[in-house]
Design a binder for this molecule. Sequence first.
Ligand code: UDP
Length: 467
Amino acid sequence: MENNNSKPHAIMFPLPYQGYVTPSIQLAMKLASKGFTITFVNTEFIHHQIITSSQPDYSTVDGGSGDDDIFDKARDLGLDIRYKTMTDGFPAHVDELVGNLVKSDPSVSCLIADTFYTWAPLISQKYKLVNISFWTQPALVFNIYYHMDFLITDGHFPPQYNLKDTAIDYIPGVKAIEPKDLSSYLQETDKGPHEFFDKVFKEVKSADFILCNTIQELESDTIFALQEKKPIFAISPQVLSPFGFAKSSTVPTSLRAKFDCSQWLNTKPRGSGLYISFGSFISPKKCDIEEIAHGVLFSGMNFVWVLHHDAVSCEESCVLPFGFEDMIKDKGLIVPWCNQVEVLSHPSIGGFLTHCGWNSILESLQCSGVPLLCFPLKGDQITNRKLVVDDWRIGLNLCDRKPLTRLEAADKIKCLMSGKSDGHELLEQVIKVRQTVGNAMAKDGSCEKNLHQFIVDVKVKIGERII
Ligand code: UDP
């Protein structure tokens, strides 16, 4: 049987959630375009969701069967329980599948698994596969988790013993960061997530390569520092085409049916609309939703608001104020899900109120050019806000750790849409950062170069494994 390292065969395992599936599919397509054979593994539930959601008749989408899917059942549970579903039972299926694939032609030679899959090193070792870990959050967040032992030594972690609110200025490649800007999982006193992240970042140390969905120029210090320890490559795999973001893609990635907002947006003046989305997973608290809703109304802006009812609220269920939909008249469009990239690219959109999900930030930078209003909810979103507001200065904070009021929300929205704040020319800064991202993603940019180097190195590693 041919085991040709010039045409590697990789088996890929994304985490079964929207924010992980999309960049993994994009990575798979990118690698396939460079000659890789890819076996892409989705759970039944995710596969069903993607297939039904991509049907042209929107009304036929029933939300998926999903009853037997452990991941979906676990989505509203605590992080530790959610991730337990990835470690109990699942690896045995992976083992069986990979065992069969190594007998295929071309034989599988690489395992590309999400960094959170802690079983990846064992399976890779068993089948002599090159172990590639895919990190779909910023390199900064990776770097901080990677150095959890530094946080412990310096008394910044675990938080129950944390008497310090001093800046963390000892992580290689990370300029001083306040404890409040760490991932929420490093700030919570709950031990489950701590043990989980500890395991994840112990296991990732044995990966052969780490791929990070980021832009090197935006995180160069942290990436250079990490490269001293591991071969890590910044390759934002998202596909840009002359026709716009992701249009060249024929592979559906959405887990929900997308409402077409274009007709409505076409009737609105240039730059007049705010796009509001809190991502695929959780929702703000009911009281915050209420203040934001009134703030949007007070601001007088047009808006598209993605509000899907299966999002898990931080507290109570996520509902708009009574009568809101009547009050907005033609000012706003509330949709359960949309093509975010298309909405962000529409000329009538002038600002993005976001939970700071990493995909949303990257998409906004790649296909839009609007400033961000940041309302982070959980996990890496807390640190992502710092990058957007403090480091790149392309966004404003919607909440500064005090209860949000509708007047504050209205003021911030108006300020955002005018493109100016505290003397910082938000829009000018967005244009600069977009230029950097555009250069990085160009044909001769850092993403392509890094990907090329990664492929060269992988082939060498495969060669070493075969011998
Ligand atoms: N998204 C979408 N339609 C929507 C809202 C979101 O397609 O109406 C996509 C968005 O383009 C992004 C993903 O859902 O790719 C959300 O990922 P992100 O990392 O921003 O947040 P998460 O959902 O993981 O918290």
